[in-house]
Write a protein that binds this ligand. Structure first.
Ligand SMILES: CC(=O)N[C@H](C=O)[C@@H](O)[C@H](O)[C@H](O)COP(=O)(O)O
Length: 229
Protein backbone atom coordinates (compact mmCIF):
# COMPACT_ATOMS: atom_id res chain seq x y z
CA UNK A 1 0.00 0.00 0.00
CA UNK A 2 1.56 3.21 -1.16
CA UNK A 3 0.64 5.86 1.37
CA UNK A 4 2.57 9.01 0.55
CA UNK A 5 4.23 9.32 3.92
CA UNK A 6 5.56 12.69 2.81
CA UNK A 7 2.04 14.10 3.20
CA UNK A 8 1.64 12.60 6.66
CA UNK A 9 5.12 13.84 7.56
CA UNK A 10 4.06 17.38 6.55
CA UNK A 11 1.45 17.46 9.35
CA UNK A 12 3.52 15.58 11.94
CA UNK A 13 3.74 17.68 15.10
CA UNK A 14 1.77 20.38 13.37
CA UNK A 15 -1.65 22.08 13.47
CA UNK A 16 -4.31 21.33 10.86
CA UNK A 17 -7.08 23.92 10.66
CA UNK A 18 -10.56 22.78 9.68
CA UNK A 19 -12.21 25.32 7.37
CA UNK A 20 -15.86 24.28 7.03
CA UNK A 21 -19.24 25.97 6.90
CA UNK A 22 -22.40 24.03 6.04
CA UNK A 23 -25.21 25.64 3.97
CA UNK A 24 -26.98 26.67 7.18
CA UNK A 25 -23.87 28.38 8.57
CA UNK A 26 -23.27 32.13 8.05
CA UNK A 27 -19.86 31.64 6.38
CA UNK A 28 -21.07 29.03 3.89
CA UNK A 29 -19.13 29.91 0.73
CA UNK A 30 -16.20 28.34 -1.13
CA UNK A 31 -14.67 31.80 -1.49
CA UNK A 32 -14.82 32.43 2.26
CA UNK A 33 -13.40 28.99 3.04
CA UNK A 34 -10.56 29.68 0.63
CA UNK A 35 -9.75 32.90 2.48
CA UNK A 36 -10.08 31.10 5.84
CA UNK A 37 -7.55 28.53 4.64
CA UNK A 38 -5.19 31.29 3.50
CA UNK A 39 -5.48 33.00 6.88
CA UNK A 40 -4.81 29.69 8.62
CA UNK A 41 -1.75 29.19 6.40
CA UNK A 42 -0.45 32.68 7.24
CA UNK A 43 -1.07 31.87 10.90
CA UNK A 44 1.14 28.81 10.65
CA UNK A 45 -1.19 25.91 9.91
CA UNK A 46 0.45 22.99 8.09
CA UNK A 47 -2.73 21.41 6.76
CA UNK A 48 -6.37 22.14 6.04
CA UNK A 49 -9.43 19.97 6.67
CA UNK A 50 -12.21 20.83 4.25
CA UNK A 51 -15.71 19.71 3.33
CA UNK A 52 -17.12 19.36 -0.22
CA UNK A 53 -15.49 19.34 -3.66
CA UNK A 54 -16.47 22.98 -4.18
CA UNK A 55 -14.65 24.18 -1.05
CA UNK A 56 -11.66 21.93 -1.72
CA UNK A 57 -11.30 23.25 -5.28
CA UNK A 58 -11.29 26.84 -3.99
CA UNK A 59 -8.90 26.08 -1.11
CA UNK A 60 -6.45 24.57 -3.60
CA UNK A 61 -6.25 28.02 -5.25
CA UNK A 62 -5.38 29.84 -2.04
CA UNK A 63 -2.96 27.50 -0.24
CA UNK A 64 -0.46 24.80 -1.15
CA UNK A 65 -0.99 22.68 1.97
CA UNK A 66 -2.00 19.04 2.55
CA UNK A 67 -5.80 18.76 2.50
CA UNK A 68 -7.85 16.35 4.58
CA UNK A 69 -11.00 16.13 2.50
CA UNK A 70 -14.50 15.06 3.52
CA UNK A 71 -17.93 15.24 2.03
CA UNK A 72 -20.71 15.71 4.54
CA UNK A 73 -23.86 14.15 3.21
CA UNK A 74 -27.05 13.43 5.17
CA UNK A 75 -29.07 10.40 4.12
CA UNK A 76 -32.50 9.48 5.51
CA UNK A 77 -32.35 6.67 8.00
CA UNK A 78 -28.66 6.90 8.83
CA UNK A 79 -26.69 8.94 11.37
CA UNK A 80 -23.48 8.56 9.34
CA UNK A 81 -22.81 11.83 7.50
CA UNK A 82 -19.04 12.24 7.09
CA UNK A 83 -18.07 10.68 3.74
CA UNK A 84 -20.75 8.03 4.33
CA UNK A 85 -20.64 5.93 1.13
CA UNK A 86 -18.49 4.92 -1.84
CA UNK A 87 -20.11 7.77 -3.79
CA UNK A 88 -18.51 10.46 -1.61
CA UNK A 89 -15.16 8.66 -1.59
CA UNK A 90 -15.23 8.44 -5.39
CA UNK A 91 -15.95 12.18 -5.65
CA UNK A 92 -13.10 13.07 -3.29
CA UNK A 93 -10.69 10.75 -5.09
CA UNK A 94 -11.66 12.26 -8.46
CA UNK A 95 -11.06 15.77 -7.08
CA UNK A 96 -7.80 14.67 -5.49
CA UNK A 97 -7.11 15.23 -1.81
CA UNK A 98 -4.05 14.18 0.16
CA UNK A 99 -6.11 12.44 2.83
CA UNK A 100 -9.71 11.25 2.61
CA UNK A 101 -11.37 11.29 6.03
CA UNK A 102 -14.53 9.33 6.66
CA UNK A 103 -16.82 8.18 9.44
CA UNK A 104 -15.29 4.98 10.84
CA UNK A 105 -17.78 4.49 13.67
CA UNK A 106 -19.50 1.13 14.07
CA UNK A 107 -22.82 2.55 12.89
CA UNK A 108 -24.77 1.27 9.86
CA UNK A 109 -24.15 3.47 6.81
CA UNK A 110 -26.82 4.80 4.41
CA UNK A 111 -26.18 1.89 2.00
CA UNK A 112 -26.73 -0.63 4.80
CA UNK A 113 -23.06 -1.55 5.12
CA UNK A 114 -20.69 -1.06 8.02
CA UNK A 115 -17.16 0.31 7.84
CA UNK A 116 -15.85 -3.28 8.10
CA UNK A 117 -17.66 -4.14 4.85
CA UNK A 118 -17.02 -0.86 3.05
CA UNK A 119 -13.36 -0.16 3.76
CA UNK A 120 -11.87 -3.30 2.16
CA UNK A 121 -13.64 -2.30 -1.06
CA UNK A 122 -12.23 1.21 -0.81
CA UNK A 123 -8.72 -0.05 -0.16
CA UNK A 124 -8.95 -2.32 -3.19
CA UNK A 125 -10.27 0.50 -5.38
CA UNK A 126 -7.81 3.13 -4.12
CA UNK A 127 -4.62 1.39 -2.89
CA UNK A 128 -2.60 4.62 -3.19
CA UNK A 129 -4.98 6.84 -1.21
CA UNK A 130 -4.32 7.88 2.41
CA UNK A 131 -7.45 7.36 4.50
CA UNK A 132 -8.21 8.89 7.93
CA UNK A 133 -10.70 7.17 10.24
CA UNK A 134 -13.06 9.55 12.06
CA UNK A 135 -13.81 7.58 15.24
CA UNK A 136 -15.88 8.15 18.38
CA UNK A 137 -14.53 5.38 20.62
CA UNK A 138 -11.30 3.55 21.36
CA UNK A 139 -12.83 0.30 20.10
CA UNK A 140 -13.74 1.89 16.76
CA UNK A 141 -10.17 3.13 16.46
CA UNK A 142 -8.81 -0.37 17.06
CA UNK A 143 -11.11 -1.71 14.34
CA UNK A 144 -10.00 1.07 11.97
CA UNK A 145 -6.35 0.11 12.50
CA UNK A 146 -7.22 -3.54 11.85
CA UNK A 147 -9.03 -2.56 8.63
CA UNK A 148 -5.97 -0.67 7.39
CA UNK A 149 -6.74 3.03 7.81
CA UNK A 150 -3.56 5.13 7.59
CA UNK A 151 -4.34 7.44 10.50
CA UNK A 152 -6.92 7.69 13.26
CA UNK A 153 -8.95 10.74 14.33
CA UNK A 154 -11.02 11.28 17.49
CA UNK A 155 -13.33 13.42 15.40
CA UNK A 156 -16.67 11.90 16.35
CA UNK A 157 -16.21 11.46 20.10
CA UNK A 158 -19.22 13.15 21.68
CA UNK A 159 -21.26 12.96 18.48
CA UNK A 160 -22.53 9.38 18.57
CA UNK A 161 -25.16 7.68 20.81
CA UNK A 162 -22.32 5.80 22.49
CA UNK A 163 -20.41 8.98 23.33
CA UNK A 164 -23.12 11.62 23.73
CA UNK A 165 -22.37 13.98 26.60
CA UNK A 166 -18.62 13.29 26.58
CA UNK A 167 -16.58 16.27 27.73
CA UNK A 168 -14.47 17.49 24.80
CA UNK A 169 -11.71 17.45 23.87
CA UNK A 170 -11.53 13.74 24.64
CA UNK A 171 -8.11 13.63 26.31
CA UNK A 172 -8.91 10.20 27.78
CA UNK A 173 -9.47 8.59 24.35
CA UNK A 174 -6.40 10.34 22.94
CA UNK A 175 -4.17 9.16 25.80
CA UNK A 176 -5.35 5.56 25.40
CA UNK A 177 -4.80 5.68 21.63
CA UNK A 178 -1.32 7.19 21.65
CA UNK A 179 -0.21 4.66 24.28
CA UNK A 180 -1.51 1.58 22.47
CA UNK A 181 -1.75 2.26 18.72
CA UNK A 182 1.24 2.67 16.41
CA UNK A 183 -0.69 4.41 13.60
CA UNK A 184 -0.65 8.25 13.58
CA UNK A 185 -3.28 9.62 15.99
CA UNK A 186 -4.89 12.92 15.03
CA UNK A 187 -6.63 14.70 17.92
CA UNK A 188 -9.77 16.34 16.57
CA UNK A 189 -12.98 17.57 18.11
CA UNK A 190 -13.44 20.31 20.70
CA UNK A 191 -9.80 21.47 20.84
CA UNK A 192 -10.64 25.08 21.66
CA UNK A 193 -7.60 26.74 23.27
CA UNK A 194 -3.85 26.85 22.64
CA UNK A 195 -3.40 25.14 26.02
CA UNK A 196 -5.61 22.22 25.00
CA UNK A 197 -3.70 21.90 21.73
CA UNK A 198 -0.39 21.89 23.61
CA UNK A 199 -1.74 19.21 25.97
CA UNK A 200 -2.65 17.01 22.98
CA UNK A 201 0.94 17.17 21.70
CA UNK A 202 2.27 16.63 25.22
CA UNK A 203 0.16 13.44 25.25
CA UNK A 204 1.98 12.39 22.07
CA UNK A 205 -0.48 12.88 19.22
CA UNK A 206 0.82 12.88 15.65
CA UNK A 207 -1.19 15.94 14.66
CA UNK A 208 -4.26 17.85 15.75
CA UNK A 209 -7.18 19.52 13.98
CA UNK A 210 -8.79 22.71 15.27
CA UNK A 211 -11.89 23.99 13.54
CA UNK A 212 -14.65 25.92 15.33
CA UNK A 213 -12.32 27.77 17.72
CA UNK A 214 -10.60 29.33 14.71
CA UNK A 215 -13.02 29.32 11.77
CA UNK A 216 -16.54 29.59 13.21
CA UNK A 217 -16.96 33.23 14.38
CA UNK A 218 -20.59 32.65 15.41
CA UNK A 219 -19.59 29.90 17.87
CA UNK A 220 -16.60 31.96 19.03
CA UNK A 221 -18.90 34.93 19.71
CA UNK A 222 -21.31 32.69 21.62
CA UNK A 223 -18.43 31.49 23.82
CA UNK A 224 -17.51 35.06 24.70
CA UNK A 225 -21.13 35.95 25.36
CA UNK A 226 -21.51 33.02 27.76
CA UNK A 227 -18.75 34.56 29.88
CA UNK A 228 -20.72 37.78 30.49
CA UNK A 229 -24.30 36.50 30.66
C1 LIG B 1 -18.95 16.53 14.33
C2 LIG B 1 -18.47 17.10 13.03
O1 LIG B 1 -19.23 17.24 12.08
N1 LIG B 1 -17.18 17.45 12.94
C3 LIG B 1 -16.64 17.96 11.71
C4 LIG B 1 -15.61 17.09 11.13
O2 LIG B 1 -15.10 17.38 10.06
C5 LIG B 1 -16.25 19.42 11.80
O3 LIG B 1 -17.47 20.14 11.78
C6 LIG B 1 -15.42 19.88 13.00
O4 LIG B 1 -15.42 21.28 13.00
C7 LIG B 1 -13.99 19.36 12.97
O5 LIG B 1 -14.00 17.99 13.30
C8 LIG B 1 -13.07 20.08 13.98
O6 LIG B 1 -13.64 20.01 15.27
P1 LIG B 1 -13.83 21.39 16.12
O7 LIG B 1 -14.69 22.29 15.28
O8 LIG B 1 -14.53 20.98 17.42
O9 LIG B 1 -12.42 21.96 16.33
Amino acid sequence: MNTDNNVLNKIKGKLVVSCQALPEEPLHSPFIMGRMAYAAYLGGASGIRANSVEDIKEIKTTVDLPIIGIIKSVYDGSDVFITPTMKEVDELYREGVDIIAMDATDRVRPDGTTISELFPRLREAYPDQIFMADCSTYEEALKAVELGFDCIGTTLSGYTEATRGKILPDFEMVEKLVNTISKPIIAEGGVSTPEELKKMFDLGVYSSVVGSAITRPMEITQRFMKAIQ
